[in-house]
Design a protein around this ligand. Sequence first.
Ligand SMILES: *Cc1c(COP(=O)(O)O)cnc(C)c1O
Length: 400
Amino acid sequence: METHTALSHLECSRTGERFEAGKVHNLSTAGWPLLVRYDIEELRRRWDRDSLANAPSSMWRYAPLLPVRLTNHIVSLQEGLTPLHRLARLGERLECDDLWLKDEGVNPTGTFKARGISCAISMCRELGIGKVAIPTAGNAGGALAAYAAAAGIDAYVFMPRDVPQANFLEAKAFGAKVTLVDGLISDCAKKVADGKMTESWFDMSTLKEPYRIEGKKTMGLEAAEQFDWNLPDVIFYPTGGGVGLIGMWKAFAELEQLGWIGSKRPKMIAVQAEGCPPIVQAFERNAEFSEFWHGAATLASGLRVPKAMGDFLVLQAVRESGGTAVSVSDSQMMKAAEELAAHEGLFIAPEGGACMAALKKLRQSGFLSKRDRILIYNTGSGYKYLETWAGYYGSSSSTH
Ligand SMILES: *Cc1c(COP(=O)(O)O)cnc(C)c1O
């Protein structure tokens, strides 16, 4: 069966050069990330918001705005359509009247990485790719291993030796070939680059692969749908590679072109860790690109990305939106995560805690007002970070 995708072509994110859909692509010929384009004018005539009432309860409800052409190529473990929680108790404490959290921790493999990888692995199936390799800070490797297993594709995963244990164990259980690397995601990327010629791996690195962004943009489509097509005033997003932020920004433009939302956009807040804040530094310096952050260290493993391939796209979106970039310390993020757990009953990842801590900072600085409708993305489950939580309580004297 046809998905009735409006897929048109791919486009270089800097030069605008066009590339044909239906072919295997990594970066553009100029060496930049590719963006997927759709014929939205055509789609507008045959797809409306009301038809979503009968659509699947996963991110594949938006299939016309995703790149896969045939339904039997879709590799899904029921990712997406995650809950949107009103944080009433915490909102009162923080003097935020309209505070919401989208909980990506309930996705398959416990993080929103499932969205990007579901789309990317589906495209591998569509394009006949049988072997994939990924450098990962942790969670993308677990998700890749799961979806590759479900698709019958061989997965080669390179992760830092000190990733949360859950990432190593899940990838092993899913049958991936896992290599633990002494170093960071950037060192893992070198291993994939070295091996891909001889091993004929398809490189699934963040933004060197064009379709993960499409999966992640569904976070933005869902936020629009769940808020009844009125986007919030502010979005907090924990930014590593920045794919989710770039994807959401793209989603909002596509929704406006479809006529499903107006021109109002949320202020996009890129949140990073004090131990690895390249995007925050570039934002503050008014630079177009970030600089490689040496000695990156944070217990929010998803934020330990010293240089993002799509840094310029993140910075563009943040600036266009009138948002900002903020960093928080590891202890601030864990405290904020604990406060959320204790007041709302949600056990979140340190990355989600980073957003909560950044929210407090911007509330205190006056950047946010009491009435703003604020949406926080918790990108992962606390259950994937048990040793991080154990460390937090081990070093705290106020446990019992
Ligand atoms: C990967 C990851 C991030 C960062 O995501 P990007 O979209 O690449 O910025 C944040 N949180 C968690 C839990 C992650 O696994």
